[in-house]
Design a protein around this ligand. Structure first.
Ligand code: FAD
Length: 478
């Protein structure tokens, strides 16, 4: 084989079930590359936690590729044509991405390469269904999740069966002076060393993704439908970063749940519910595809005039997990310590920020973007708009989570709160979610000094709820 095929890895950092990579391997001697393109990403450039995950991912992928992965930094639009020239490549392949800036950039790149006589292979490897393939009968996109899933996804052709990794790969010899950098040169790790706290929680590799999936199928899926709401139970998969970075494909996850009801007696309701959550991811991508401004502009236009409060001190208290509301603080500290937060708690902390503190949802979205290892433009933006009540098929604004009742319902033994807010560990369950109501003797016995060892609540929950409802009323009437 004399021709050269470049596979441009992006959010498909795996060898198995990677159709675009497999095509490149068939087309020629492979030059596997990754380009860190912050220049084109602009405001959508990756946050700190994602950069750590990417660093570890590239390290692992390079090992899988026998040290052949080439790394570059700069505008992909300039680097790719240069590499095609240097290596005289006849083919460039990639797995599609759906962020608006990437769609725009990739179109320009493919036209440029094709014009120069280089074939481009662009395939789906990150979604179960292409966003444009799930539409209503009248050709317009779905705005409501349930029909999107039941009438759209489940009536569409089933997700493709996952492919094996290429049996063997013939590599193209790398050339010196092609602009490649070392992993360290990409500068993905933060100078403050925050990533050290994330390390113990994740095995960042394709194998890590496969192990995580196997573990969930073995022990977490049975009971998922109800268990997924309880943050101290292992009934969630924690697959989101692997899906975002493509260490696992959604097809692999979908098909891993095939026949589990028949063969292993996993309740069909759990499997169906889990698959519907995978479809929420598809729904977010559809929303982003048809609303490219989703990360910054409310889908429901009237929310552009909402009276947000600007309060740096309150924002900081929320970010640091020092609001004095234990379930909120537990969630924000889980995020900081692990780069992940349980979905139920994400909804609680987001509701608290938006409704009790009345801080603009985009400030919360930005913090999540920087600190989540699964930060994903589509899922993050769609979810923040959902909680803010300004998105498509969103929870209505006036449905305001009560963080105390949520904690008592979904963390009844206080296991989650005690894990992440250890200074309250000795409080009895009765007061754990509402320490401000505890008698001083109880606080003393538990070693809690309000305002010193643990903050007093930064807002009064009842009053702030009423203020939010009034602001919403003014918006609706205005
Ligand atoms: P599981 O319950 O095991 O679900 C399996 C997979 O389904 C997930 O990995 C994910 O890919 C998908 N999924 C599950 N729930 C949702 C959902 N509500 N919306 C979209 N996809 C879903 N998810 C991200 O991947 N990236 C984000 O940046 C992100 N930001 C969020 C911000 C807020 C305010 C909220 C409320 C939710 C956000 N989510 C985000 C959605 C959801 O919380 C996570 O996908 C989920 O918690 C990941 O954990 P898991 O893999 O254990 O989920």
């Amino acid at each position: 084989m004399t021709s050269v095929a470049i596979h441009w890895f992006r959010q498909d950092l795996r060898l198995a079930d990677n159709p675009a990579l497999s095509k490149a391997v068939e087309a020629g001697r492979l030059l596997p590359i990754y380009i860190l393109d912050d220049d084109t990403a602009g405001e959508a450039r990756m946050g700190g936690a994602s950069r750590w995950w990417l660093h570890r991912s590239l390290e692992a992928l390079d090992r899988q590729l026998g040290g052949k992965l080439r790394l570059y930094r700069g505008k992909a639009e300039e680097i790719l044509p240069q590499l095609v020239k240097i290596y005289d490549a006849q083919t460039v392949s990639w797995t599609r991405c759906y962020e608006p800036w990437r769609i725009k950039r990739d179109k320009t790149i493919s036209s440029r390469l094709e014009l120069a006589g280089c074939r481009t292979i662009r395939l789906n490897g990150s979604l179960l269904w292409e966003p444009w393939s799930i539409k209503k009968q009248d050709g317009t996109p779905y705005k409501v999740f349930t029909p999107f899933y039941r009438k759209g996804c489940l009536q569409a052709p089933a997700p493709a069966m996952p492919m094996a990794a290429p049996h063997s790969i013939a590599f193209c010899a790398a050339k010196a002076n092609d602009g490649a950098l070392s992993l360290g040169d990409l500068g993905l790790l933060s100078k403050i060393g925050w990533h050290d706290t994330l390390e113990p929680y994740w095995e960042v590799s394709e194998k890590g993704g496969a192990d995580c999936l196997a573990q969930f199928i073995d022990g977490g899926l049975d009971g998922y439908k109800t268990g997924r709401d309880f943050p101290s139970l292992a009934h969630i998969s924690r697959l989101s970063p692997y899906l975002h970075f493509g260490q696992l494909s959604p097809n692999q996850v979908w098909h891993a749940t095939e026949r589990l009801a028949e063969d292993q007696g996993v309740p069909a309701a759990d499997i169906d519910h889990f698959r519907s959550e995978l479809a929420w991811r598809e729904f977010s991508y559809s929303l982003l595809y048809y609303n490219p401004d989703l990360p910054s502009v409310p889908i429901q236009a009237k929310f552009a005039d909402f009276e947000w409060q600007s309060d740096e001190a309150l924002l900081k208290a929320w970010q640091s997990g020092l609001t004095g509301v234990p379930i909120v603080d537990a969630g924000m500290r889980e995020l900081w310590q692990t780069g992940y937060m349980h979905n139920r708690v994400r909804m609680i902390v987001a509701s608290f920020l938006i409704k009790n503190l009345r801080i603009d949802w985009r400030q919360g979205e930005a913090w999540f973007w920087d600190t989540l290892v699964d930060a994903d433009l589509a899922n993050n933006a769609a979810s923040w708009q959902w909680v803010a009540g300004c998105g498509a098929d969103a929870a209505p604004f006036f449905r305001i989570f009560n963080p105390v009742l949520q904690a008592e319902k979904f963390d009844p033994e206080g296991i989650y709160i005690r894990t992440f807010v250890p200074e309250l560990a000795k409080l009895p369950n009765k007061y754990l979610a509402r320490p401000w109501e505890a008698p001083s003797s109880t606080l003393q016995e538990a070693g809690v000094t309000p305002g010193e060892s643990y903050p007093n609540p930064v807002v009064d929950l009842k009053h702030s709820r009423e203020m939010a409802l009034e602001a919403y009323k003014r918006l609706s009437e205005g």
